[in-house]
Structure formats: structure tokens, C-alpha cells
Write a protein that binds this ligand. Structure first.
Ligand code: GDP
Length: 452
């Protein structure tokens, strides 16, 4: 055990709720809580049991509570832990926390429970970081990625890569011990094959980061097109609310409006924009400028045009300027004759024809949005890297492995190879926390909320 202090904090959200849970962890947990709890003698009860009683300040009853007991090492922190479920009044919670402090505990720092879980070997670092992601998860996809990481899916992959490399590192280090004698214990061909094998796992993980970011932060999606194409109407239709102002006067949507839409668990951050149009109106000019900025940041562009006045050369010119994948959408098909509509369908199979105001083909548009995200080579169920820190270490690992390959090609001596292999091992180890510094830990856990 690394920690001798006993710590406490409110684990549930601040503010009034039906119940509040106060968590106490550390070697003095049972004696401390026992001194303020009236009911059974908690020190004599079994782990993983729940008991009813009262919390008292001397003779004054503060609250009726339930206490859940977890004895080391069978707890989240692997220390003795008690969770007190009291009534969720700020006043009661503060009172109980003060009593616990008076009895010798101290307030926990942000993330300190999880930090202890890490230091005591309950979780590795990547799993501990996923706890914060899980708490912050707000969509099906972000939830799934965090759960997979907490369950150790990602950590296991990293550990396997590391183990394979460690074997080689030790063979090469052995050669170094023999110094002058020019022996080769580590077969260079095997090493090359091993690195290819590792890169087969490593590179998809690196590539998954873009998708990981999408899952964590949503897909910035711009709805672009000329004024009056129906962008605001479409946005309202997608969001089912009157958020953007719809009007007949070209250029009404002057500002950028952002909203969120969840489709199949993926979060689209929809950005409606001032229409793309050369303008002399200064306020509108700012809007157009912003549109262009937004489009630069977009991961996905929905380019909308009025199907009744289709101008293909203009569209063709616009799409060459897009940096992101796009969906071409012809709006207002309700204005077209049936003949014209079916002629369009056959002539332009890549264009999606909708009517925003008449709610035609909106579901197909939604499906297309999802497909655009999903076809970015990531199959669901694969491990997805969502954490920038992990991503950077994966990149560094791959860089070091590339150096090993280059070294092998140039038949460099074992000491150079060993250096790069050690470098790769170091970075893999930093992901799961086999190698850490106090600064790194402080940085990671300070971002957690108190009580976790
Ligand atoms: P924006 O400038 O691109 O945001 O366009 P708006 O959403 O403000 O729409 C401009 C005009 O087109 C409004 O009068 C809308 O009612 C109309 N409009 C939008 N979508 C459709 C549609 O699918 N069919 C028809 N007939 N009119 C539409």
C-alpha cells in the first residue's frame, strides 16, 4: 500500500438529491466511521455488507444512513472503504464530512480514489483514465469505448505488444554483455518480422484516433449552401425544433448556430451557417467569413442546393474547395414535376434528393450521415483510441520501431537497436502506467472530479 492517510469525499453530485454518497477510504476507515455511526459495530462486520444506523455528533442525530462496507483488498481502491448513503441535503452532507474529518480523515484530492486504485494495482493507467471518460460519456459510442477501455481491452493489447518486445530487448541486451565477442543471440530476421507484427496492431490503433475523437467530441458537421437553399429548414427538421430562423429573405441566417444531433449513438455537432454568397452587407460578410472558417474545421459537409434551380457548374466548383467528406443534397424536390424528379434520380445517382419542408428522405439523409462516419475504416467493436496522451505515445512507439527497422536495414550494431527498442518499450509502458512520473500522475488525476 502506498497511502497511509484515510481520505473522504462526497461521491455523488453536489446539490440536493434523494441521497448523497460519502466515500471513505484508507487504513483508519472502519475505526473513524465506527466512532460516528450508531448501529452495529462496523469493525466486526463482514466485507460487502450493508448496515442501517444513524450518524451522530455525540448525542445529536445527524441522519439515518446506510453504510456499505468493503474490506481491503476487495474494494475499488484496494483499501478499507466505507460508503455512507445519507439523505442528499447539502447541510447533512457537510455535517457528516466534518465529523469524518474531525475523527482523523482528510478530504480527498480530485481523482484520489482512482489514483489509489491505480497505485494499488486495481487498474492500470489507461483503465483509470477511462473511468473519467466513462463518467463523461454522453453517447452510446463514447460509452462503449470507455467501457471497453475500463475492462482492459486496450491495456491488454498494449501489454501483449510490450511483452513481445521485451523478449527481444533482453536478447539484444545479452549481446551487449558479451561486448567484443561479436555474438548474435537475437535473430535479426525474427526481429524484423516481430516489428511488422507489432505494427499491424499499432497502426490501426493510431489510425483509430481520428474516429476516437469523433466518438468523444462529436462530428463537426457543416450544413452549407447558398442562401435560401433551405439550410435552416433542414436544421430545424433534423433537430425537430425551431432553432434557426427560417425566412424568405436571402441571407437571414447571419450567425453560426450549433446544435447536437444523435443518430445511432453518434453525436453530430450540426453547424448551420450564413449562406455562401458574395455579399456587400458587412454583417452578412462576417457570417460568410465564419462559414468558411467553420467549413475548414468540419469533419463532414452537407452541401444543400435548391433542386428547382440546380446549377451544376457552381456546385462542381464549390465541392473542389471542400477539405472534408461531403454529401450533396438537392432540396425542395416537392417543387419538381414527377418526370423531372425521376430524370434527376437517374442522371445524378450520387445526389440525395430531399424536401426539408415536406420531410421527404430525411431519414435517408440521417443514414447517409452515419454511413459517412462509419466507413472511415473503423469497424465497431475494434479498440478505438480516444485519449491524446495514448495517441502520442503510440506515435512515438511507432517512430522508434521505424528506427529499429531502418537500423536493421543498415545492419547497425546491437547497442543502437537496443536503444530504439528501449524507447519503444518506454512509450508503450507510459500508456498503461508501468512507467510513470509523479508529474504525469498529478496531471492525469487532477482532471478527475473530487470523490472519484
Ligand atoms: P437558408 O437560407 O438556406 O437557411 O434557407 P431557409 O431554410 O431559410 O429556407 C428558405 C426558403 O425556402 C423558406 O421560405 C423555406 O420555407 C423554403 N424551403 C425550405 N425547404 C423547402 C422545401 O423542401 N421545399 C420548399 N418548397 N420550400 C422549402
Amino acid at each position: 500500500m502506498f497511502n497511509q492517510d484515510t481520505i473522504c469525499a462526497l461521491a455523488t453530485a453536489q446539490g440536493i438529491g434523494a441521497i448523497g454518497v460519502i466515500r471513505v477510504s484508507g487504513p483508519e476507515t472502519f475505526p473513524i466511521v465506527n466512532r460516528i455511526f450508531k448501529g452495529k459495530n462496523l469493525e466486526k462486520q463482514l466485507s460487502h455488507t450493508i448496515h442501517f444506523g444513524t450518524i451522530r455528533d455525540n448525542q445529536t442525530i445527524i441522519d439515518e444512513v446506510l453504510v456499505s462496507l468493503f474490506k481491503a483488498p476487495s474494494s475499488y481502491t484496494r483499501e478499507d472503504t466505507i460508503e455512507i448513503s445519507c439523505h442528499g441535503s447539502d447541510f447533512i452532507i457537510q455535517k457528516i464530512l466534518k465529523l469524518i474529518l474531525r475523527e482523523g480523515a482528510r478530504l480527498a484530492n480530485p481523482g484520489e480514489f482512482t489514483q489509489r486504485a491505480f497505485l494499488n494495482g486495481q487498474l492500470d493507467l489507461a483503465q483509470a483514465e477511462a473511468v473519467a471518460d466513462l463518467i463523461a460519456s454522453d453517447s452510446e459510442a463514447s460509452h462503449q469505448t470507455a467501457i471497453n477501455q475500463i475492462r482492459g481491452g486496450f491495456s491488454k493489447q498494449i501489454a501483449q505488444l510490450r511483452e513481445a518486445l521485451i523478449h527481444f530487448a533482453s536478447l539484444i541486451e545479452l549481446e551487449l554483455d558479451f561486448g567484443e565477442e561479436d555474438v548474435e543471440f537475437a535473430d535479426r530476421d525474427d526481429l524484423r518480422q516481430l516489428i511488422f507484427k507489432i505494427q499491424k496492431v499499432l497502426i490501426p490503433l493510431i489510425d483509430s484516433f481520428e474516429m476516437g475523437n469523433v466518438i468523444k467530441n462529436g462530428v463537426p458537421t457543416v450544413i452549407a449552401g447558398k442562401p435560401n437553399a433551405g439550410k435552416s429548414t433542414l436544421l430545424n427538421r433534423l433537430l425537430n425544433e425551431e432553432k434557426a430562423i427560417v425566412s424568405d429573405i436571402a441571407g437571414t441566417t447571419r450567425d453560426v448556430i450549433e446544435d447536437e444531433l444523435f443518430i445511432e449513438g453518434i453525436r453530430f455537432r450540426l453547424i448551420d451557417t450564413a449562406g455562401l454568397r458574395k455579399t456587400t452587407d458587412t454583417i452578412e460578410a462576417i457570417g460568410v467569413e465564419r462559414t468558411l472558417q467553420q467549413m475548414d474545421k468540419a469533419s463532414l459537409i452537407v452541401y444543400l442546393f435548391d433542386a428547382s434551380e440546380i446549377q451544376l457548374t457552381e456546385i462542381a466548383q464549390q465541392i473542389t474547395e471542400f477539405n472534408a467528406p461531403y454529401i450533396l443534397v438537392g432540396n425542395k424536390v416537392d417543387k419538381l414535376s414527377a418526370d423531372k424528379k425521376s430524370a434527376f434520380d437517374t442522371t445524378y445517382p450520387d445526389i440525395l434528393w430531399i424536401s426539408a419542408s415536406e420531410n421527404k428522405n430525411i431519414d435517408t439523409l440521417k443514414d447517409t450521415l452515419v454511413r459517412k462516419v462509419k466507413t472511415r475504416e473503423i469497424k465497431s467493436g475494434d479498440t478505438v483510441v480516444t485519449n491524446l496522451r495514448h495517441y502520442q505515445h503510440l506515435l512515438q512507439t511507432n517512430g522508434a520501431l521505424e528506427n529499429v527497422l531502418e537500423g536493421l536495414a543498415q545492419s547497425v550494431t546491437g547497442d543502437f537497436l537496443a536503444q530504439d527498442i528501449r524507447f519503444a518499450l518506454h512509450h508503450l509502458g507510459e500508456i498503461t502506467g508501468q512507467i510513470t512520473t509523479d508529474d504525469l500522475l498529478a496531471n492525469i488525476f487532477s482532471k478527475f472530479c473530487i470523490g472519484k
